[in-house]
Ligand binder design. Structure first.
Ligand SMILES: [Zn+2]
Length: 186
């Protein structure tokens, strides 16, 4: 991976975080706790504190940070994609007509990943994964899609949160050396 890319990632982080916080502030009043959405199957997978903390916001168009303006034009193609849902910290945004327990489940996997890595490391791991592998194969998405399929099959891992945390740690272990190498070349 180009070393200057890691530098540009670091440089873009404060702007991305600011953009996310402004978005969350703007929608705070309409965000609903997942525990209030009447889900039948999610309580068997996620503990109550996560369903109470996680928030859902329905929107006509799923927002994505304007990263090309933040010095990362490599990610512009992802900005053009249309998503059914996206998660920022403990809040996910979804298209109203796409709302389903399956989609909530997918986004809740991301909520656990955000909490495990913290904002900065989640954004680095997610962004580097996008550039290395593309959206579908990016490791944090792959984990969410794999678990989503198991949820639909009725066979999610027993201790789901722990499972997500462990796999997320594995993703970070792959990404951290790339970041360090980029930092050293600064
Ligand atoms: Zn996802």
């Amino acid at each position: 991976m180009q070393d200057d890319l890691i530098q540009r990632f670091h440089a873009a982080l404060p702007e991305v975080v600011q953009w996310i916080d402004a978005l969350l502030d703007e929608h705070r009043g309409r965000a609903r706790a997942v525990s209030t959405l009447g889900c039948k199957r999610l309580p068997a997978c996620f503990p109550p504190e996560i369903l109470e903390r996680a928030r859902a916001v329905t929107v006509p168009r799923v927002p994505f940070p304007p990263i090309d303006r933040f010095g990362l034009p490599e990610l512009a193609p992802v900005q053009q994609m249309s998503f059914a849902g996206i998660t920022f910290k403990d809040t996910f945004f979804l298209l109203e007509d796409q709302a389903s327990e399956r989609l909530y489940f997918h986004e809740l996997v991301h909520v656990v990943q955000w909490a495990r890595l913290g904002v900065r490391n989640f954004l680095l791991a997610y962004g580097i994964g996008l550039i290395q592998f593309g959206y579908n194969q990016s490791p944090l998405e792959q984990l969410a899609y794999t678990l989503e399929r198991r949820f639909e099959d009725g066979s999610p891992p027993k201790d789901l949160v722990r499972f997500i945390e462990t796999r997320t740690d594995d993703v970070w272990a792959e990404v951290a050396p790339i970041i360090q190498a980029g930092d050293r070349s600064a």
